[in-house]
Design a protein around this ligand. Structure first.
Ligand SMILES: Cc1ncc(COP(=O)(O)O)c(C=O)c1O
Length: 364
């Protein structure tokens, strides 16, 4: 086969372990999955109610333009409908952007470690990947600026960053955006935006008005609790969005996903509640880490990266045996850490107890 040589070393995405897999392997009844930064509280009851009553026609294609969802999101964000592009998760918007702008001979600048799909898609498109190491969990914005040259076409920033949870503050982001050439697209991935509490977090939507080369990615998979429905979107300058639109598959978001997302956005009280619980949950982890002498990055997301100062896979397997699925930091670029999604108060207490047990057994 005449494969693109770039793809031959790529590995298929490794999802977190499934609950059934772990139940079978360890003979456990109760498994708690805190591995993929999903919402432990599920989705809004407004969505549940809508889904019970909603009877979409099965045999007819969905509205590929997602007109109704588009209108709802545009109103919610106070942007024009033409400033939005919807994807089968924001994963697909990352893919569309990469397809439109990356090719052999151009390069793309990104933080590392960060969300792996930026790199993955860049490799598929044959672009040169320029990874700029995080400094203390945060983007090295100066380093990223230095990595940009006349062949750079896309710069990725992730705020809050997965897997560290660190964010970029308003002053730094403004300075960064002002220094980037206008013909370089900046992708600001805000998958965890709704969880942010920092007061010096920027307002991405006003930045879009100021910077015509900025696209912001958001998703219904995280705080809205709709990861299984696969709806994410990009919001940016109308010209950029309209150039990307033809690259989108005709029916990329499905009928249930569109309806669920439109219902979810109506219930901002649910979002606020989840944000509040998430903060309290993070405090549980901070207290544990401080008492146990473990270092971590204060997080603006719904997850926390904890450094156990020992092989991350070992910690991961130890917690698995106790019925908790987390993410080993090994595959995430932090070999002695694990990343834990903030769960309900009870789930957090449970995984913290399991961590304490593990630490005690390792110390003896
Ligand atoms: C930073 C970041 N961006 C994008 C995504 C993709 O989200 P989705 O495709 O579910 O919208 C994730 C998922 O974990 C993420 O962590």
């Amino acid at each position: 086969m005449k494969w693109k040589t770039e793809i031959l070393n790529l590995k298929a995405y490794q999802p977190g372990k499934s609950i059934d897999e772990v139940k079978r392997k360890y003979g456990l009844e109760k498994i708690t999955k805190l591995a993929s930064n999903e919402n432990p509280f599920g989705c809004s009851p407004v969505v549940e109610q809508m889904l019970m009553e909603y009877k979409p026609v099965r045999a007819i294609y969905p509205d590929g333009y997602a007109a109704s969802l588009r209108q709802t999101v545009a109103e919610h964000l106070d942007v024009s409908e033409k400033q939005l592009i919807f994807g089968n998760g924001s994963d697909e918007v990352i893919q569309i952007i990469s397809r439109g702008l990356l090719k052999p001979g151009v390069n793309t600048v990104m933080p590392a470690p960060s969300f792996p799909q930026y790199r993955h898609n860049a490799i598929i498109e044959g672009a040169e990947v320029r990874e700029v190491a995080l400094i203390n969990g945060e983007h090295d914005l100066e380093g990223m600026l230095n990595a940009i040259d006349e062949n750079t076409s896309v710069v990725w920033v992730c705020s809050p960053n997965n897997p560290t949870g660190c964010y970029i503050n308003q002053t730094d982001l403004l300075q960064f955006l002002s220094s980037i050439p206008e013909d370089v697209l900046v992708v600001l991935d805000e998958a965890y935006y709704e969880y942010v509490v920092s007061e010096d977090y920027y307002d991405a939507l006003s930045l879009i008005k100021e910077f015509s080369n900025l696209i912001v990615l958001r998703t219904f998979s995280k705080v809205y609790g709709l990861a299984s429905f696969r709806v994410g979107y990009g919001v940016g300058n109308e010209q950029i969005i309209q150039t990307l639109e033809p690259l989108r598959e005709p029916f990329n978001t499905n009928v249930l996903g569109q309806a669920a997302a439109a219902a979810a956005i109506q219930d901002q009280e649910f979002v606020e509640n989840c944000k509040l619980h998430n903060r309290k949950g993070l405090e549980q982890f901070y207290t544990f880490c401080d008492e146990a002498g473990l270092s971590y990055f204060p997080s603006q997301g719904n997850f926390i990266l904890i450094d156990f100062n020992r092989d991350g896979d070992e910690v991961f397997h130890g917690l698995l045996a106790e019925g908790y699925i987390v993410r080993s930091g090994k595959a995430l670029g932090f070999p002695t850490s694990v990343r834990v999604t903030v769960g309900s108060e009870e789930q957090n207490s449970g995984v913290i107890e399991a961590m304490k047990k593990l630490l005690a057994s390792n110390l003896s």
